[in-house]
Write a protein that binds this ligand. Structure first.
Ligand code: G3D
Length: 173
């Protein structure tokens, strides 16, 4: 993926724990195909053309390991945060909750809308969005717009709709 960000196009940050499925879903949105992914080393970026009038530039900044000094640079023009969780991984929900809380504590993200993607909904016994919402303590975020949607990056389910909703959240904020 090249650096195809455009200043006219709203910038969206994609975050989440490693293995949540960020690279898979971004690759799926960008190419319509599942591509082989490897642990995110640099930041991936791509422009999603959702319809004729709607594009979003999405930065996949990885997970907590990417919270290195320069990651905050990417928050400057961030219009929405998309936080991806593996909804089939109950054990790591407390860790995801902590990371999300820390990220949202960033001054630069004050008032920025949040979309949580409850990924891997194709996996049997994955959590419902209600469960994920509770586990991540989403109702406590009263000072920002937030939404949660289920999706499967592997199968491509719910992704287009989720990013259209991200665009709506940006317009409402
Ligand atoms: P990351 O970029 O957040 O670190 P990846 O995560 O995109 O690398 O995905 C981690 C693993 O989860 C990959 O499996 C990938 O195929 C799988 N995965 C991603 N999205 C989904 C999904 O929606 N459903 C299912 N069932 N699996 C998914 P491997 O085996 O390559 O580690």
């Amino acid at each position: 993926m090249g650096q195809s960000g455009s200043s006219a196009c709203p910038q969206v940050i994609l975050m989440g724990l490693d293995s949540a499925g960020k690279s898979t879903l971004l690759a799926r949105m960008l190419t319509g195909q599942v591509v082989t992914t490897s642990p995110t080393i640099g930041f991936n970026v791509g422009t999603l053309n959702l319809d004729k009038k709607t594009s979003l530039t999405v930065w996949d900044v990885g997970g907590q390991k990417s919270m290195r000094p320069n990651w905050r640079y990417y928050l400057d023009d961030c219009k929405a945060l998309v936080f991806v969780v593996d909804s089939s991984d109950r054990e790591r929900m407390p860790e995801a909750q902590k990371v999300l809380k820390k990220v949202l504590g960033e001054e630069k993200l004050r008032g920025v809308p949040l979309m949580v993607l409850a990924n891997k909904k194709d996996v049997a016994k994955s959590m419902t969005i209600r469960e994920v919402s509770t586990q991540l303590d989403l109702p406590s975020y009263k000072d920002r717009l937030w939404e949660i949607q289920a999706c499967s990056g592997l199968e491509g389910l719910g992704l287009h709709q989720a990013f259209m909703s991200v665009n709506k959240l940006i317009k409402r904020s």
